[in-house]
Design a protein around this ligand. Structure first.
Ligand SMILES: Cc1ncc(COP(=O)(O)O)c(C=O)c1O
Length: 362
């Protein structure tokens, strides 16, 4: 093959999917399974969301509404921001990628922390944008002082995950306000709040960046976590109208799909399901911290729907991961600077117990 692939693409390692759940089930013959490796909502999804999708299926011979008008209107009322400041995409991952594509070029730099959401580094590189990562603090949080001190004339976008995935740490309201006041307003600050619905009920000082008034702040939210519809891919960004307009220019014409828009509209109707999900998570996190403390396992207090445990080294992580896998508990061993850590999502009570009992045995 003689076609030249540009260096910034050829240097990227292709995503290597592991075995599927049915393949693993066949290999290990599990009696009980707890899928706790992707921070999904294992309670399921709202029946209202399902109903809306089934209804929308009747019109899937037509293209979807390219500007998700109904969903933006509904969201606009919920979050109290004008619909012109909202854009939806195929998951918040897509909106993040589109933002980089829309804003960065040439020598522009994307500044963030190491030990954060793995996908963001890739999207910067795929878009040929230099990604600069500062180390995490000793407590596994974003080091906002270090990030501020690294700003230079090429810095174009700063990415903060609040809470941070995979560490579960949060940036407080006062810290975020202070940060925003010290970042020049020609730099876009993306605050990724994928776990917001959980976080705000776990800590009274958790900031809602949608209520902060900065023209250079872009908030990312998703329907994949608390709303439980990760499989249809639906997320959104909220920010200044001009930023949203630029992102809209880079988006696939018919993103997100009609079924995703319907699923989102249905999900927003169901406050009971959301409340149940949040309650399950708060209880699950409490259970994890009590049990991990009892077992003498180090962990980082979390404000998301997952918790990060820390071990001696990667060898120990591999042993725990493989041992849990044999028992039907799927967790996430981490890489890079966090290769001594394992992240586990909060599941249903029986899944959480299966994890703790299996861990005790391993
Ligand atoms: C911090 C963070 N942002 C974004 C996402 C992706 O969300 P979506 O499913 O909307 O693409 C995740 C998923 O794990 C995440 O942890």
């Amino acid at each position: 093959m003689n076609i030249q692939v540009p260096d910034h693409i050829s240097s990227i390692k292709r995503y290597q999917p592991g075995k599927t759940i049915p393949q693993l089930q066949e290999e290990f013959g599990w009696e009980k399974v707890a899928i706790l490796w992707n921070n999904e909502n294992t309670l399921g999804y709202s029946p209202k969301s399902k109903e809306a999708v089934i209804k929308a299926y009747d019109t899937i011979n037509y293209y979807p509404d390219p500007i998700s008008e109904d969903l933006r209107e509904k969201l606009s009322k919920k979050i109290e921001r004008p619909k012109e400041e909202i854009i939806l995409g195929n998951g918040s991952e897509s909106v993040l990628m589109l933002t980089i594509r829309a804003l960065c070029s040439g020598d522009d730099e994307f500044l963030t922390s190491g030990g954060s959401f793995v996908i963001v580094y890739n999207w910067a590189r795929i878009n040929n944008v230099r990604c600069v990562s500062m180390p995490l603090t000793e407590g596994y949080g974003f080091d906002l002082e270090a990030i501020k001190s690294r700003i230079n004339r090429n810095t174009k976008v700063i990415y903060l995950a609040n809470v941070n995935n995979p560490t579960g740490t949060m940036i407080s309201k006062a810290e975020l306000e202070d940060f925003m006041q010290n970042v020049p307003d020609h730099i876009l600050v993306i605050v990724d709040e994928a776990y917001f619905e959980f976080s705000e009920s776990l800590h009274e000082d958790f900031p809602n960046s949608l209520k902060m008034n900065y023209s250079n702040l872009l908030t990312l939210r998703t329907f994949s976590k608390a709303y439980g519809i990760a499989g249809v891919r639906l997320g959104y960004a909220v920010g200044h109208e001009k930023i949203i307009e630029s992102i809209a220019k880079t988006k696939l014409t018919f993103e997100p799909t009609a079924l995703a828009q319907a699923a989102g509209l249905g999900a927003l109707e169901d406050t009971d399901f959301l409340a149940k999900t949040i309650e399950n998570n708060t209880k699950g996190l409490k259970y994890f911290s009590t049990e991990l403390t009892r077992l003498g396992i180090q962990f980082v207090p979390s404000y998301g729907n997952f918790i990060m445990t820390a071990w001696k080294d990667q060898k120990e992580v591999d042993k725990i991961f493989n041992g849990l896998m044999k028992k039907g508990v799927l967790v996430r061993p981490l890489a890079g600077s966090l290769e001594h850590c394992i992240r586990v999502s909060v599941g249903r009570p029986e899944e959480n117990q299966h994890f703790i009992h299996s861990l005790e045995n391993v």
